[in-house]
Design a protein around this ligand. Structure first.
Ligand SMILES: N[C@@H](Cc1c[nH]cn1)C(=O)NCC(=O)O
Length: 482
């Protein structure tokens, strides 16, 4: 069979989009669990007595194992050596285990009164579960990116990445809109003592939205099994029957190839600029999502039950826009410019959020929609740009290093915001301790931190554009090869 007439399974549009559809289910479930606690922040405070700092600790757990135990980097190395089938199955299994631990902690009221390592035992175990889950969802993220490159290189790659992200963002949207109604629907009546009297109180079921996440994650795990058979078929269709079998590596060769990959990647300036832009940009969006519902209650006067609705508009816009911007990048190029425009929008939105004026819900709606545009622009150009800077056989490692750097921000920024929120609002902390009526949080300082991250992202975006001009990565060029 000659090179010219050999057909790969990826040449079939139905096959590559079918594969994408299946792996998107896994990511949808993962993104739902990632943000499911955001709209529940006020409930966690009123039902379990969490503070903003406690919530910040729990949220920062996302990065604990990925950052300190280097789990993400190991994930990338495993992906480049063991392949997408093994790594995808492993990561979706880890997601299920982490979510199960988190569910157990949140649904176990006996944990509320104790402390472990100086923190609330419930928070401790919920955080451990979330940290384990985060290993899975992050490694699944890089696996899916590499799978898309494998199926779509030379085709509509940015559009495909945008479509996968759109489905994942549906998970984020559901996570912002559904938890409070779900928790209220599964409310139950408890007898509690208040002011020396026994009273019956309706308590929302905070664990119900997490149970739902667990079901979704098990479905995602099963979906990955289905993908595995497609991946096998793809490889078979691309295997040259006349090619010699690849000799397995010795342990020494394996380690030296890992270190040589790492050396080449971290010696690449373009890699660093993308990674820094990534941590700055995502730290001003994902940690913001964790506080967005609470911001709506405290700044815009929304009720707890409706507060998640406005933030859920953020991923809604991205569903359509990420594939559209990805399509523009595929056909017209301008990847670096697209990322800079996204960073400018971040700065604009967070600056307006930080102003102690314009506290009208419709202003929050407009700002959230603009933030959604930014969250469409940057990822649609950022992820398809990585294969232009890094060769395919090092992509798993490169994506994992970028996500590892990003995870420092996803871990540190929510913790910082929770701390700054408590420090800037001592009257709230005092009222909670005294059991008196809790005043509203002032979100000015946290929002200025998010705006500052946006400003830095613009600067790094320009540096990346300059580096692209010097090195000729082709970030401003179209992805589709005519
Ligand atoms: N590393 C992930 C982080 C994340 C947060 N929520 C779910 N995943 C990431 O950056 N993914 C790319 C994206 O744009 O969602």
């Amino acid at each position: 069979m000659t090179e010219a007439i050999r057909q790969s399974l990826r040449d079939s549009k139905a096959a590559r989009w079918g594969a994408l559809g299946i792996i998107s289910i896994t990511m949808f479930a993962g993104y739902y669990l990632t943000d499911v606690m955001s709209p529940l922040k006020p409930m966690l405070e009123s039902e379990f007595g969490w503070s903003s700092t406690t919530y910040g600790i729990f949220t920062s757990a996302y990065g604990w194992f990925n950052v300190f135990l280097l789990m993400l980097i190991f994930g990338g190395i495993i992906l480049d050596r063991m392949g997408a089938r093994f790594t995808g199955l492993m990561s979706s299994g880890i997601m299920v285990v982490g979510a199960a631990i988190k569910f157990w902690a949140i649904s176990n009221p006996t944990l509320i009164t104790d402390t472990t390592f100086g923190i609330h035992t419930q928070v401790f175990y919920a955080s451990i579960g979330f940290a384990i889950f985060a290993i899975g969802v992050e490694i699944a993220g890089i696996t899916v990116s590499k799978i898309i490159v494998k199926w779509f290189k030379g085709y509509e790659m940015a559009f495909a990445m945008g479509m996968q992200m759109a489905v994942a963002r549906l998970g984020t949207m559901l996570a912002l809109a559904a938890p409070v109604p779900l928790a209220m629907y599964f409310s139950s009546v408890h007898t509690v003592v208040e002011n020396g009297q026994l009273i019956e109180k309706m308590s929302p079921s905070i664990s119900a939205p997490i149970a739902f996440a667990l079901v979704l994650l098990v479905i995602g795990f099963i979906a990955f099994f289905i993908y595995m058979s497609m991946d096998k078929k793809l490889e078979l269709s691309e295997t040259d029957p006349n090619a010699e079998a690849v000799k397995p590596m010795s342990m020494n060769e394996l380690w030296s190839s890992i270190f040589s990959d790492l050396r080449q990647i971290i010696g690449n300036k373009g890699f660093w600029l993308i990674a820094i832009l990534c941590v700055l940009f995502y730290s001003s969006v994902f940690p913001f999502i964790k506080y967005a519902a609470d911001l709506m209650v405290n700044k815009y006067g929304l009720s707890q039950s409706t507060a998640g609705m406005i933030p859920s508009l953020l991923p809604l816009g991205t569903l359509f826009l990420t594939p559209i911007f990805g399509g523009i990048y595929d056909k017209k190029g301008k990847g670096a410019t697209i990322m800079i425009i996204g960073a400018v929008l971040i700065l604009l939105v967070h600056t307006i959020f930080s102003l102690p004026i314009l506290n009208y819900w419709y202003v929050a709606v407009v700002l959230t929609i603009v933030l959604g545009i930014a969250l469409s622009l940057v990822p649609s150009a950022m992820w398809p740009s990585v294969p232009k800077i890094i060769p395919e056989n090092q992509l798993g490692t490169a994506f994992s290093l970028i996500f590892w750097i990003q995870n420092w921000g996803l871990m540190g920024v929510p913790l910082l915001i929770g701390y700054v929120l408590d420090k800037s609002n001592p009257e709230v902390v005092i009222a909670k301790a005294a059991g008196t009526e809790i005043p509203l949080y002032d979100y000015t300082n946290p929002m200025m931190i998010f705006a500052g991250l946006g400003a830095l992202a613009i600067f790094v975006g320009f540096l990346l554009k300059r580096e692209d001009r010097i090195k000729g990565y082709g970030l401003q060029l179209p992805n589709i090869q005519k």
